[in-house]
Ligand binder design. Sequence first.
Ligand code: UD1
Ligand code: CA
Length: 465
Amino acid sequence: MALDIVIMAAGKGTRMKSSLPKVLHKLAGRSLLQHVLHTAGELGADRIITITGHGAEHVEAAVQAPHLQFVRQMPQLGTGHAVQQAVPALHAEGTTLILNGDVPLITARTARALIEACGGKKLALLTIELADPTGYGRIVRQGGSDNGQVRAIVEHKDASPEQRQIREIYTGMMAVPTAALKRWLGQLKNDNVQGEYYLTDIVAMAVADGTPVVAAQPKSEAEVLGVNSPLQLADLERRHQKALAERFMEDGVRLADPARFDVRGELHCGTDVEIDINCIFEGQVRLGSGVRIGASCVIRNARIADNVVIHPFTHIDGGGDENQQGVTVGAGSLIGPFARLRPGAELAEEVHIGNFVEVKNSTLARGAKANHLAYLGDATVGERVNYGAGSITANYDGANKHRTVIGNDVHVGSNSVLIAPVTLGDGATIGGGSTINKNVAAGDLAVARGKQMAISGWVRPVKKR
Ligand code: UD1
Ligand code: CA
């Protein structure tokens, strides 16, 4: 049986007070709409139709997914009017699931339960009881009892004082037999307080038609909470992060504080992982077993092998989603505090990167160390190299980047400048303070700095009266 999904995302989101369309605001690193599309994608729909309106070009450009099509709603005359725009794109038969672009945490499990409850024959509404139902459409049941047949949805603004007492509300999500949906949408009127075409009016039509109306409930309230304001967005973000944190902790990850932990992408952890407070994980991050991460680290698109220790305030940035280079850190390495690993940093086992050291597009072989105040860009660093404090690779000539190749067991003295392209052979030694622009042969000592001289009995100038 055909399954079509309609995602409503044409609304303005006035209360966000933002120039960005509401559904493009981010929760856990992904736009609200991307969350809904991700869930829709898990349901095996034949067609996913997103209704756009406000900021349509922006929204359409920002999200792309298989089976996805956009239909524009201009102007926006209500939720019923929104779904009317999708009618030509729907199958003749089957089930249509309606989701909201600003309700990001709906799960595939709840959506499937709704689709099953519909079964291509019944009108299935996702409802929930709220302590404060203000503003929502109320589920009006036969005889006013909790398990009476659903008769209608009445919008808050159109509800009588008695109906406003009802705490069971419509969440904005439903599964409908597609053929009947098309018929009912053709009969919508806008004779209500807001002068809008209400999708919710199809419930009374179904009742009149003798189509059974059933209700299903989500597992948690967060699944059906919409985002209308920055405060609601932050509240939903915290709920989502807390749920994620609890899941990690159930799997044995030791978070110092589940309330101070943020995953904006996908995090995979081995066993005995410890994460201190205020760490942020973005994109795809893998942590091997025994990894320890100090406070306030930001880690994006990286693979961290077993038993790595990352000290506080370290920034690991494997780059964006396009041009994905990533960062890899080998087993047993020690990173930070205050270290910065940038895209293309590939560290083998037992590498040490200390405070205020930046590594970009460079490979460091086993046991290499850069412990203080240094820069390695576009470099190939051999095993057991000791890269002294304050040393840098001058990799950029103003137009092009060049590589620095450092052999095994090289010792680079403090405050050296290695002007690329340049190669230091195995076992070479660079005297501190050298500026090196010629290759150094294996085993050689290279010193390239002003020679020290001495003037005996030097008298310093004195201040004139
Ligand atoms: C709607 C429901 C209400 C329910 C509530 C749940 C109707 C008439 N009412 O009310 O019963 O309790 O959601 O949050 O459906 N949209 C469009 N085009 C439009 C109008 C809205 O695409 O012309 C989209 C919005 O972007 C949003 C969704 O539809 O994603 C819901 O619209 P909104 O205005 O928030 O509906 P409510 O009045 O809150
Ligand atoms: Ca709403």
